[in-house]
Design a protein around this ligand. Structure first.
Ligand SMILES: Nc1ncnc2c1ncn2[C@@H]1O[C@H](COP(=O)(O)OP(=O)(O)O)[C@@H](O)[C@H]1O
Ligand SMILES: [Mg+2]
Length: 267
């Protein structure tokens, strides 16, 4: 369709109320174009994780609509929901790998959403899948770790395995929930560089929840600031003012420190 680009994702007036009382998201609306690299920033409890869970339908929204890849996915169920999940890869703070399996086995698990339960259960993968898995392992610098059990890896290596598993899934959208919150600055940079590389070179749209404003500014094409379940900022990093940063983090400023380069880090 020439001239009209369809957004890959659209949230329309999404609200989420947990247990009939906690309002975690309030009337959230935004569109995401294919290829964007968006960081969601905001203090603990702002609603960042809830937002990602509404997008990949790990939870149901209370009000509003979620449109993904041209389809209203607000209340889809069963096989349809599983299909949508294979198109959205998830990266977690605590990696969510199967500890007793090797790196390559974890990565091949990334194909499971597309297989019959039986083929998945007996762990049968095609030669092409195995070849692709080793290519990804190589790209992520994990060749020496391929046959190690995941519980033998460092945090940074685990997160790289998590990214590899998501790439294996060939998703259209990657959702990352605080992917660097458990990593040191050096490992964090490696992870963010890989995410940016995937975004640019595989043209996969990324939405990343981050606590570190300086990282969001450095890597994103767009930042969405969330405070008490509402969007209070949506724009390019160049428009994110110090005033806005202080507004977003005002309720949480006690657990933030400013480092020498002016970035805000969680203590
Ligand atoms: N499963 C849940 N049940 C009830 N309340 C929840 C649940 N998950 C999150 N909340 C509440 O929703 C709000 C937003 O939480 P969350 O999305 O985890 O924020 P963030 O990821 O920004 O820290 C918080 O008040 C939190 O306590
Ligand atoms: Mg969270």
């Amino acid at each position: 369709m020439e001239g009209k680009v369809m957004p890959i994702l659209e949230l329309k007036n999404v609200s989420k109320i947990y247990n009939g009382s906690t309002k975690a998201l309030s009337n959230v609306s935004f569109k995401v174009e294919e290829g964007e690299f968006i960081s969601i920033i905001g203090p603990s409890g702002a609603g960042k994780s809830t937002l990602l869970r509404c997008i990949n339908r790990l939870i149901d929204v209370s009000e509003g609509n979620v449109v993904f890849d041209g389809e209203d996915i607000t209340s889809i169920k069963g096989r349809k929901l599983r299909q949508i999940r294979t198109k959205t890869g998830m990266i977690f703070q605590h990696y969510n790998l199967v500890d007793r399996l090797s790196v390559v086995e974890n990565i091949l698990h990334g194909t499971l959403g597309r297989k019959s339960t039986f083929r998945g259960m007996i762990g049968s993968y095609t030669e092409d899948e195995k070849k692709y898995a080793f290519e990804i392992i190589d790209d992520l610098g994990l060749s020496d770790q391929a046959y190690k059990r995941c519980d033998e890896l460092s945090g940074g290596q685990k997160q790289r395995a998590g990214i590899a598993r998501v790439i294996m899934q060939s998703p259209k959208l990657i959702l990352c929930d605080e992917p660097i919150a458990s990593l040191d600055p050096k490992a964090s940079k490696v992870i963010m560089d890989h995410l940016l590389d995937i975004n640019r070179n595989k043209n996969i749209t990324c939405i990343v929840n981050l606590h570190q404003v300086d990282v969001a500014v450095k890597y994103s094409s767009r930042i969405i600031g969330v405070l008490s379940g509402e969007i209070v900022f949506d724009g390019p990093p160049s428009e994110l003012t110090q005033e806005m940063i202080h507004r977003i983090y005002r309720s949480d400023s006690s657990d933030l420190i400013t480092d020498v380069s002016g970035g805000l880090y969680e203590q």
